[in-house]
Design a protein around this ligand. Structure first.
Ligand SMILES: Nc1ncnc2c1ncn2[C@@H]1O[C@H](COP(=O)(O)OP(=O)(O)OP(=O)(O)O)[C@@H](O)[C@H]1O
Ligand SMILES: [Mg+2]
Length: 346
């Protein structure tokens, strides 16, 4: 009997990203991880699938479907699509959310209009109460940093479209910033390099493979290469080329540097009494782009040797952090950037 009742009213955390969405359910952990994508039928423009299923449809019959992304660079660009996606993911993750509190991570510096839109979407999707927490705050919580103590801590989330950074102390945010730079910019840099250097048009999957398997944020010590296929830009014929690791390192230097600069700007704004703590404790680097080979080391180097730590499974850290936030609900007051319940009260 308890199993039936206990599935109702569980608190839920949602990390709605530009590329991926993760849903955490109280007592169960991260139960859903799917791409933040929606497929519509090309003619009617009706939404026909969400997440994994949408991705499968788009791969199988790209001519019959259109691909929509509710977010760009971490911010909502299509409210209707966002609502459908949230609803579908919540439905899939939990039997009912009528009695659930739902906590969602959002970029630093989102506008009041964007806050309201996100809260409304959650309440419309059926949540009892909705709370917004900034992404780097959730990252710090998820990494287990002592964010409620009298000590400065710092966390970064490098996602697909954005980099979110914050310094926290005593259960509140001291400095924070979201910049529209992330993993997608690294893909764009690789794509541009392959086009310019080899006059080759390649699939997105090929670029992603090069990034995951060959890219490095640190200078290359042991050369490696990969053979890739593409279409010649002038003849249109298929052709393959060999790409070296050191070339990719050069190609992605700029976006990697920009990511480091965003983090650096937050360190520079940090009050001295807290930066001493951070110099000692180090910075947590979460988000799936934290998996980029050598990124932690690069950030540390560009920040004058501050220790940088990439937690295990960095892609789930924000969602797990929301879970921890729900557990420590009574201490979260200062971290909430907005809230709403079904009666409309903020
Ligand atoms: N092994 C890997 N090495 C480097 N990058 C990776 C690796 N695996 C995934 N990525 C990149 O991580 C990014 C997705 O990260 P994540 O899921 O944290 O982003 P998101 O939360 O959807 O986006 P955002 O937080 O910016 O809204 C993609 O750009 C993807 O290419
Ligand atoms: Mg993210």
């Amino acid at each position: 009997m308890s199993s039936i009742f206990s599935s109702f009213g569980r608190d839920i955390g949602m990390d709605i990203g530009t590329v991926n969405t993760h849903v955490y359910v109280e007592g169960r952990g991260v139960v859903l991880s799917e791409p933040s994508v929606v497929a519509t039928d090309a003619k009617q423009k009706n939404i026909v699938a969400v997440g994994d299923e949408a991705e499968r449809m788009l791969l199988k019959s790209p001519d019959m479907h259109e691909e929509l992304h509710p977010l760009k660079d971490g911010f909502i660009v299509d409210y209707r699509v966002m609502l459908t996606m949230i609803r579908q993911f919540l439905r899939k993750a939990a039997k009912s959310i009528r009695r659930s509190r739902v906590m969602v991570s959002v970029p630093c510096g989102i506008t009041d209009v964007e806050k309201r839109a996100t809260l409304d979407a959650l309440i419309q999707a059926g949540a009892r109460e909705a709370y917004l927490v900034e992404t780097p705050v959730a990252a710090a919580l998820g990494a287990g940093l002592p964010v409620f103590d009298a000590i400065g801590t710092m966390a970064v989330d490098v996602g697909g479209g954005s980099t979110d950074v914050a310094v926290l102390a005593l259960g509140g945010k001291v400095v924070g910033r979201t910049a529209r730079i992330g993993g997608s910019d690294i893909n764009a840099a690789i794509l541009q390099y392959i086009q310019q250097c080899f006059s080759l048009m390649v699939a997105d999957e090929t670029i992603e493979m090069l990034k995951v398997e060959l890219a490095s944020a640190m200078p290359v010590e042991e050369e490696e290469d990969k053979r890739i296929k593409g279409r010649d830009a002038s003849t249109g014929l298929m052709r393959d080329v060999v790409v070296r690791k050191s070339e990719i390192y050069q190609a992605i230097k700029e976006p990697v540097h920009q990511i480091c600069q965003v983090i650096r700007s937050v360190v520079e704004q940090t009050p001295p009494e807290l930066s001493a703590d951070i110099m000692k404790q180090g910075i947590v680097l979460a988000g799936e782009t934290a998996l980029l080979s050598g990124l932690g080391e690069k950030v540390s180097e560009e920040l004058g040797g501050i220790p940088v730590w990439v937690p295990e499974e960095p892609e789930y850290v924000v969602a797990r952090g929301l879970g921890r936030g729900l557990e420590a609900f009574d201490q979260m007051e200062r971290f909430f950037v907005a809230a709403k319940n079904r009666k409309g009260r903020a």
